[in-house]
Design a protein around this ligand. Structure first.
Ligand SMILES: [Fe+2]
Ligand SMILES: [Fe+2]
Length: 487
């Protein structure tokens, strides 16, 4: 017995020390706080473990209140909640690291869960379990967090509604299928009006499942009519919930949805209009870079819409001094001829800083701001460095680097490559397919050797696919131009 107690003490001590070490490490590294206008990242920093523990406790008590306060229910609920939490964490830990480290995202994730649980209780008590808004919350999780989290929400929330309603299979299937239909439809939602189509799809799915149970003699005719009505209502209810909550969460938690990206891609946007009028060369370059980046993002199955919109805005900082950038210069008139290389370097660096400032001023999303910040990484301004050497300055190459940061996402890396490849190919005198291929390969190799992708999850396979895509898009663009010139 004594031996057992010693062993137990040893294990408990080990576990407690492990937790303490983990908490200390996290405190040293600090959670990722995004610079944004969001309420939580700026004013209140809720640690990730606190959000998770709070949500688990609230969920547990909601279950206990809904199912009855007795020993057996409390134990069953504890097992069910614990198993769901383990399932959720194991499924997100490896693939959703970025979200789990982002305070805003975790608070949003927990809030979605708590509101959903509250609505399940209200639906069950006052209306019908068939109006529990699982599809609405699963879709919001997919839009505001990630597709994987949307699918996980579908599974867990459907199980939760079934658990709250005596483990009823019909309720589980209605919620699960409605959730799957909603989440798999997320790519088709590009305008706020598209929510209505999703609501109709959810309602049709619910009707199909309820009909199936009716044919299996699970309901009598009055139950069938009742469930059918509330199954249909679930679709309409989903549209209302999404229309109310999505704009609110977009704003409060500074999340970027496809709808917001589509709104930003409108060329009537004042920033894009200014770019077109005040820096037409940069505007044209941005559109070309957007075409290239969108195709490349498509190839590696990343968010091509974010790549396109990010490329539109990546150089907005040039609006402050458009004449100092080659694409806006009239031939034979280069203001850098009058400046020292150090001064030229400062102007180039400032377009990144000015871009970030302008983007913040215009309330652009964090993801776009990160792209602006990272599109040159810590690359060297070779032209001005060599100009400085030729002028006899004894200068370190490190002084001619952009301050960064390096790309942290695949999309930011794609925009960096699309930007540089487009600029490099523009200077080829006779752009044949072979010359374009050599130029793009050189650009990508140089960035890779320079370590620009060391902070982003880009694999060599991705890089090869991106290279092939950039070459094929650029060859397509220049081939079309040559043919046009010849006709
Ligand atoms: Fe730039
Ligand atoms: Fe650029």
């Amino acid at each position: 017995m004594n031996k057992f107690l010693v062993k137990l003490r040893f294990w408990v001590r080990g576990i407690l020390l492990g937790i303490a070490r983990k908490l200390k490490e996290e405190r040293l590294q600090g959670p990722i706080i995004r610079e944004s206008k969001s309420l939580f990242s700026k004013e209140i920093k809720i640690p990730v473990p606190v959000s998770l523990i709070f949500t688990v406790i609230i969920t547990y008590w909601m279950f206990v209140i809904g199912l009855g306060v007795n020993y057996k229910t409390m134990l069953a609920t504890a097992i069910f909640t614990g198993a769901s939490l383990v399932f959720f964490i194991t499924q997100t830990q490896s693939k959703e690291k970025a979200i789990l480290k982002d305070n805003d995202a975790v608070v949003l994730m927990c809030l979605l869960f708590i509101i959903a649980m509250l609505m399940f209780q209200i639906s069950k008590e006052y209306i019908s379990a068939f109006v529990s808004p699982v599809p609405a919350f699963a879709l919001m999780a997919a839009m505001l967090l990630s597709l994987r989290i949307g699918i996980l929400y579908t599974v867990i929330l459907s199980l939760f509604t079934a658990f709250l309603n005596d483990m009823r299979l019909d309720i589980f299937l209605v919620m699960f299928c409605g959730g799957v239909v909603a989440v798999t439809n997320v790519q088709n939602i590009l305008r706020r009006a598209d929510f209505i189509n999703t609501g109709i799809k959810i309602a049709v799915t619910n009707v199909a499942i309820i009909l199936m149970f009716y044919f299996f003699n699970s309901y009598d005719i009055s139950q069938f009519k009742y469930n059918l009505f509330y199954g249909l209502l679930n679709g309409a209810f989903a549209v209302i919930i999404i229309l109310v909550f999505i704009p609110l969460f977009e704003k409060v938690f500074s999340r970027t949805t496809n709808i917001k990206l589509i709104e930003l891609s409108d060329f009537n946007n004042p920033l894009l209009k200014r770019l077109m009028l005040e820096a037409p060369g940069t505007y044209h370059h941005s559109i070309m870079a957007a075409d290239i980046a969108e195709q490349a993002a498509n190839i590696i199955k990343d968010n091509s819409l974010l790549a396109r919109v990010g490329a539109y805005y990546h150089d907005i900082g040039k609006l402050n001094n458009p004449r100092y950038f080659i694409e806006n210069q009239v031939s034979g008139c280069n203001p850098h001829d009058e400046l020292t290389p150090a001064m030229s370097k400062l102007i180039l660096v400032s377009h990144v800083k000015d871009g970030i400032a302008l983007a913040k001023e215009c309330n652009l999303d964090n993801e776009i701001i990160s792209i602006i910040e990272q599109h040159h990484g810590t690359t060297t301004m070779h032209a001005f460095y060599h100009k400085a050497l030729q002028a006899g300055y004894d200068i370190d190459m490190e002084n001619f680097r952009y301050p960064g940061t390096k790309p942290t996402t695949k999309i930011a890396a794609i925009i960096m490559l699309a930007d540089s490849s487009e600029a490099a190919c523009r200077s080829i005198e006779e752009p044949t397919a072979v010359r374009i291929k050599d130029t793009v390969e050189k650009v990508i190799n140089n960035k890779f050797i320079d370590g620009q992708f060391s902070d982003c999850p880009l694999t060599l396979k991705d890089l090869e696919a991106i290279r092939d895509s950039i070459i094929s898009t650029l060859v397509g663009i220049y081939h079309a131009r040559i043919e046009y010139k010849e006709t």
